[in-house]
Design a protein around this ligand. Structure first.
Ligand SMILES: *Cc1c(COP(=O)(O)O)cnc(C)c1O
Length: 458
């Protein structure tokens, strides 16, 4: 096998596809989410008021290492999976590096991202529970698209609160969501109390995921037979996204590839967590020594500059309190072109892994990211999403380090999606009009001031 050339595209057969998700909570224990009123650990009842019951159960499951994927969800997955693992021979050539670069491509579906992996599971459980509608938020629009696709498949209505600056940058996203029957409301909006109060304070705001979450929860609470679903941040979303990591691990083993470095971008942590989860046990037990690198935008540096405390997931301070790295739920990131990465917090499992030193985190600036995106697009033929290009930047940088040292490291990254709806951003970059905004310590202090003052945070 070692003599044989590694193919450019590597797939699992249908019979080799994962039939269960990997529940990393059975292996990595983090502090429990708290009910903000009682400051006691959230119960199934607390969660089920907002989220589907089955998803709430998954959120609280810290015992089963594997959770079966429902047959119907497996059937849907077969339309879009397995996603290919590609050896980036052309990129390696352009970089003239001895490193081997591989990427798992999650953008080969209409939503253009990995988000459909969880959207279909969430819509399935909503349908099982007899719900007739769902609400959600979307940043860049990928999650809103994915959920509207999944809801169309199961015949459920969906209202999507879309971060305003993204809605303005990407009118065609709205058109796709509406084509699948979803309703789009730019956030903050005047249609909710929390939206009105945010607009009163910040009339010029381009919005944030945190605001959109609050609006979506408010709408779900006042609508009969409706619940709220989330596209990232929570542990159950990571659970669904482990399909990425399980396939990656299996296909690497199938082709005898032993990775040295695993890289992915981090917004709320769902693709990153799902991508790396199946690799963590071996690393934790000292059997493998992978470097695992999470990449965040310099404009929203949650792990690298945030605090590890209990905080809300939304600006309106309505969600359970999560123990996580956070910039404060009141942090308003500067409008940048990676809408999917503009979240003030980070999933609790990913936060815990970072806190315990099992993973690294790094930040990159927007213009460096687009520079890498263009190099990748020209060599590999895929126009990457700005979010995914954060991973490309770091993969290229690691490969260039190998060029200096002569090391043949095997670098694997998750290419989370495509950038066809991000052409405004590409245009700004091509015309030399893109800027890099890095928040000052003063800017961050304003966000930190919104972190709840509770005994657990002392
Ligand atoms: C949403 C999104 C991300 C970031 O979200 P995570 O939950 O952190 O994975 C990254 N890439 C793309 C293409 C996205 O749509």
């Amino acid at each position: 096998m070692s003599e044989k050339k590694i193919p450019t595209k590597m797939y699992l057969d249908e019979s080799e596809l994962p039939r269960a998700w990997y529940n990393i909570n059975a292996v990595v224990k983090h502090d429990p989410a708290l009910n903000p009123k009682t400051l006691k650990p959230c119960t199934l009842e607390d969660y089920s008021k907002v989220f589907c019951t089955e998803l709430s159960k998954q959120e609280l499951n810290v015992t089963d290492e594997y959770i079966p994927i429902p047959e119907e969800v497996q059937e849907f997955y077969k339309m879009i999976r397995p996603s290919p693992l590609t050896r980036a021979y052309c990129l390696e050539k352009v970089l003239d590096t001895p490193a081997e670069i591989y990427y798992k491509f999650e953008g080969n579906n209409t939503s253009g991202s990995h988000k459909l992996n969880s959207a279909v599971a969430q819509a399935y459980y909503a349908k099982q529970e007899g719900l007739t509608s769902l609400t959600t938020e979307t940043g860049a629009g990928q999650w809103g698209t994915a959920l509207s696709m999944a809801c169309a498949y199961y015949g459920i209505d969906v209202t999507v609160f879309m971060v305003k600056c993204s809605a303005e940058q990407k009118p065609f996203r709205k058109a796709v969501i509406e084509t699948y029957g979803g309703k789009v409301i730019p956030s903050p909006s005047m249609t909710t109390e929390v939206g009105k109060s945010i607009l009163e304070k910040y009339p010029e705001t381009g919005g944030s995921l945190g605001c959109a979450v609050s609006e979506a929860i408010e709408r779900a609470n006042e609508t009969p037979n409706c619940k709220y679903v989330l596209g990232s941040v929570l542990d159950y979303v990571i659970l669904h996204q482990t399909i990425i990591g399980l396939e990656t691990k299996a296909v690497l083993e199938k082709f005898n590839i032993e990775p040295d470095i695993l890289i992915s971008c981090m917004g709320g942590g769902s693709n990153f967590g799902g991508f790396i989860a199946p690799f963590i046990k071996d690393k934790k037990e000292g059997k493998k020594n992978y470097r695992i690198i999470g990449v965040e935008p310099a404009s929203c540096p949650t792990l690298t500059r945030g605090k590890y405390v209990y905080d809300f997931g939304d600006t309106g301070k309505t969600t359970p309190l999560l123990k996580m790295y956070t910039l404060g739920s009141g942090f308003m990131p500067a409008p940048n072109h990676s809408g999917g990465l503009r979240f003030h917090g980070m999933n609790p499992i990913v936060s815990k892994l970072y806190h315990d030193g099992y993973i690294e985190a790094t930040t990159v600036k927007q213009t460096e990211v687009f520079d890498a995106a263009v190099t990748f697009a020209k060599s590999e033929g895929i126009l990457p999403a700005p979010e995914s290009s954060h991973s490309i930047r770091v993969a290229i940088d690691e490969a260039l380090k190998c060029k200096k040292t002569g090391e043949k490291k095997k670098i694997v990254f998750c290419l989370t999606g495509t950038g066809y709806f991000d052409l405004k951003a590409y245009t700004a970059f091509n015309e030399g009009k893109m800027t890099d905004y890095v928040p000052t310590d003063e800017d961050l202090a304003k966000g930190f001031a919104t972190i709840p003052d509770i005994p657990q945070n002392k």
